[in-house]
Design a protein around this ligand. Structure first.
Ligand code: SF4
Ligand code: SF4
Length: 303
């Protein structure tokens, strides 16, 4: 189907609304969508130690929706989960992209810096492929807490020495424009909005953890609908009880993300509204605390 300026403006309007941006940005956003649809904004998506959850989350994108996003807008050179290419064809697609350069490199998953062979693409360790791809990229976007800060793969005892992309680039002495979009998974609006911003205006405003302040600028707790109950000290003491979930271990008090305003799955629900605590999945420290409530094997059980 031929895309018209009207289509770009309509989709840009939906996107602005979902991102809570000013209407004055409409022409610029429509231009960004047009660039993406015209293949002028290529994206190379690489996966390290990950569960592919951030890819699945991207498919929950609302505006543009997943079909439009993939077929019209994302000029994906390669994506391990979505691309049809396998084997030699997949390797060629990545090599072609790296040779051309100038793409936005989206990385999903952590980098094994200890046992480098723990993650390979074709015959190359992911940690080395990542450095080659980052060198040729206009910017590196880390989607998910694993790519940003290590996340679940870096949970103690972290046998592979998993770390975030920023740490891997730093260890190699490679400075690249880097954006961290933590979340387990990343909200699709955080990723789509960031890609648009990079395409049209360059790097967004970032905090000291390289996170866009637009999405991560506030404590979730301060914008939580239960904040008033927290202030009145009306706490739930058990699942199913009314009140703020602080005493149940809610991490909203230390988590910077806009889930409490944006919601998930098209704004239908989010963790606290579903009466579950926020487990702080967007925190840099997520899963790194040895006390974090994971099921853990004893080292002896591994062999
Ligand atoms: S439920 Fe969590 S995020 Fe909401 S007010 Fe209570 S402690 Fe804060
Ligand atoms: S509310 Fe907390 S646990 Fe839920 S998605 Fe947001 S940051 Fe993650």
């Amino acid at each position: 189907m031929k895309l018209t300026r009207r289509t770009f403006l309509k989709d840009a309007g939906l996107l602005l609304a979902s991102l809570g941006l000013e209407p004055s940005l409409l022409p610029r956003m429509a231009d960004a969508l047009e660039d993406m649809a015209g293949g002028r904004a290529p994206i190379l998506w690489l996966q390290g130690l990950s569960c592919s959850g951030c890819s699945v989350s991207l498919l929950n994108s609302e505006s543009p929706g997943p079909a439009d996003l993939i077929t019209r807008y994302l000029s994906l050179y390669f994506h391990q989960t979505l691309s049809a290419a396998t084997g030699a064809a997949a390797k060629d697609a990545v090599e072609t992209a790296i040779a051309k350069g100038g793409y936005i490199l989206v990385v999903e998953g952590a980098v094994p810096l200890g046992i480098k062979e723990a993650c390979k693409f074709a015959d190359e360790n992911f940690s080395e492929q990542l450095l080659r791809a980052a060198r040729a990229a206009q910017a590196v976007v880390c989607t998910g807490t694993c790519a940003a800060f290590g996340g679940v793969p870096a949970a103690p005892p972290n046998l592979t020495g998993a770390a975030g992309v920023g740490a891997a680039l730093k260890q190699a002495g490679l400075a690249r424009p880097l954006i961290n979009l933590p979340g387990c998974p990343t909200h699709p609006a955080w990723l789509v909005g960031t890609l648009m911003q990079v395409l049209k205006s360059g790097l967004p405003d970032l905090d000291d953890q390289q996170r866009p302040t637009r999405f991560y600028g506030h404590l979730l707790h301060e914008q939580c609908p239960l904040f008033a109950q927290y202030q009145k000290k009306h706490f739930a003491q058990a699942l199913g009880e009314e009140g703020c979930l602080f005493k149940m271990g809610c991490q909203g008090v230390v988590t910077q993300a806009d889930c409490s305003l944006r919601g998930w799955n098209g704004g239908v629900n989010w963790c606290v509204r579903g009466r579950s605590i926020c487990i702080g999945c967007a925190r840099p420290e997520f899963a790194l605390d040895p006390q974090f409530a994971f099921f853990r094997l004893n080292e002896n059980d591994l062999y």
